[in-house]
Design a protein around this ligand. Structure first.
Ligand code: FAD
Length: 391
């Protein structure tokens, strides 16, 4: 995105990527439909960035969700607003968008050099890349680092840049998994539900409740509703060693209504069959009740209704960062000036997930990534206006 803005303003731009092809993480995001951004009011949107909201506010306002939608539509990818308010391309894929985008960049003169692994700077201040066993040196007028976080390293972003920048005096906060799964000490029999979704549930932790879906994994839980609370869950585990959230398996029903249904005659049905028939609880949900309460799983309607509405689930750790959707930590916001230039390294800018901000899933990750890139690129254009290199 920075390359698009810079080349559009007449700058000569080369993009270097260590992978054989660009934007692999964007393509993987496309597997989930490519949630580009969100349609909620801007003030609520910006608040999603938590501690970084104040710093990101002017940057998102400069390139807000409507601008991102217009950009995607300009690349021939009409968008729609889903029932959750999330915005997706109608194609629900990243590949057509990426194809059109790369064609536009090429037309604007952007050169893409793949298999160039950035190592840092040499003694003269030139950027050094490893390319097919050789060292390649480049001395640009300005550098935009857009090297991503440390999740899903096989897609290219390994976070190896952190030590390079620390050596240069840049404050880089430790990486942490964000929008991640968590470990739960499941019993062996319950592990057979790995891959089964708990649909239409609500999860409460630390006063916040989120409705959505969670997925049972061999080692614990993951999925949208878990990701939405993952920052507070992760920090809670860091503080206390574990975190216990409360699952509501039937959030659309009041406890009293559940109890009334459970009071119906059960006939010869087993408890599992009865719960399936009267409350449409899936086998995974029924077995989760058994997993949690064991012999203490109530048969009387009053207690059972409460157990269904308030199932405690203890998380023992965050899943490893390489499986997280995104990364918290990274370049401290104070290490960047208002143009996103590194205070310790003049003419070097940082954008995207390298910077220490985090947000839930919902399009906030791509929106901030694109907006920071637009912001840095516009700053480079206006700061170098008199002596800007022209193609
Ligand atoms: C499974 C999955 C689904 C997702 N779905 C969504 C979604 O629907 N909506 C959303 O908003 N976000 C989503 N995200 C998050 C989103 O994809 C990222 O936040 C976004 O891609 C970050 O962009 P970035 O440019 O900062 O980093 P990246 O996309 O990680 O790009 C960094 C680039 O830098 C290159 N690189 C790294 N180190 C070097 C080096 N030393 N030398 C040269 N090149 C290097 C990498 O090869 C890579 O191409 C998803 C993430 C995952 C993993």
């Amino acid at each position: 995105m920075a390359a698009e803005v810079l080349s559009g303003a007449g700058c000569t731009v080369t993009v270097y990527d260590r992978m054989p092809s660009p934007a692999r993480k964007l393509l993987i995001a496309g597997r989930g439909g490519l949630n580009l951004t969100h349609s909620e009011p801007l003030a609520r949107f910006v608040a999603r960035y938590g501690a970084a909201a104040q710093r990101l506010k002017p940057i998102i306002e400069e390139f807000p969700p409507q601008a991102l939608v217009a950009w995607a539509e300009g690349l021939g990818q009409p968008t729609f607003v889903g029932t959750s308010g999330r915005i997706f391309p109608k194609s629900l894929k990243a590949s057509p968008l990426l194809r059109a985008w790369l064609a536009r960049l090429a037309k604007q003169g952007v050169v893409l050099k793949t298999r160039h692994d950035w190592q840092g700077w040499d003694g003269t201040g030139a950027l050094v890349f490893k390319h097919e066993g050789e060292s390649v040196r480049v001395s640009p007028q300005a550098t935009v680092l857009a090297l991503g976080g440390a999740s899903w390293p096989r897609l290219g972003s390994t976070g190896a840049w952190a030590s390079v920048l620390r050596q240069r005096g840049v404050d880089v906060n430790p990486f942490k998994p964000a929008n991640c799964g968590f470990t739960v000490e499941w019993s062996d029999p319950f592990r057979r539900f790995a891959g089964e979704p708990l649909k239409g549930i609500a999860i409460t932790f630390d006063g916040a409740t989120v409705r959505g879906e969670a997925m049972i994994t061999v080692k614990g839980v993951e999925g949208g509703a878990i990701y939405a609370l993952s920052a507070t869950l992760r920090d809670g585990i860091e503080r206390e060693g574990r975190a216990t959230l409360t699952l509501d398996l039937r959030p659309e029903m009041r406890e009293a209504d559940l109890e009334a249904r459970l009071t119906r005659p059960r006939g010869g049905d087993s408890l599992a069959n009865f719960l399936r028939k009267t409350l449409a609880l899936a086998p995974v949900a029924i077995n989760l009740l058994r997993e949690t309460h064991g012999a203490a799983l109530a048969h009387d309607p009053h207690t059972l209704a409460h157990q269904i509405k308030a199932l405690p689930l203890t998380l023992t750790g965050a899943a490893p960062i390489d499986r997280a959707i995104s990364t918290a930590g990274g370049i401290a916001l104070d290490a960047l000036d208002e143009n996103l230039m590194l205070r310790a390294l003049p003419n070097v800018y940082a954008v995207g997930e390298m910077i220490d901000w985090e947000a839930p899933t919902g399009g906030y990750l791509l929106q901030a990534t694109f907006a920071t890139a637009v912001h840095a690129a516009r700053a480079i254009v206006s700061n170098s206006a008199p002596s800007r290199p022209r193609r």
